[in-house]
Design a protein around this ligand. Structure first.
Ligand SMILES: [Zn+2]
Length: 73
């Protein structure tokens, strides 16, 4: 009688924690991506290796390819 209850409670707690962590991670990742979303659009992506570089970068930080000229707002 005692063991099944403990098992159920343990499983329930694990599931609750897992769900909470998943939701938190998802929310954090989304907020992170949305926060960077505006910047990501303006950040140049290397045409060769797709490395995202800083806006001011003239050359790719990974492969050294010259980045295409960017329009400044
Ligand atoms: Zn590159």
């Amino acid at each position: 009688m005692f063991a099944p209850m403990t098992f159920l409670v343990t499983v329930g707690m694990i599931l609750a924690v897992f769900t909470a962590v998943t939701i938190l991670m998802r929310a954090f990742g989304e907020s992170k991506s949305t926060t960077r979303g505006g910047r990501t659009a303006s950040r140049p992506t290397c045409p060769r290796c797709r490395q995202r570089n800083r806006r001011a970068a003239n050359y790719c930080a990974r492969c050294g390819k010259k980045m295409p000229a960017q329009r400044k707002r």
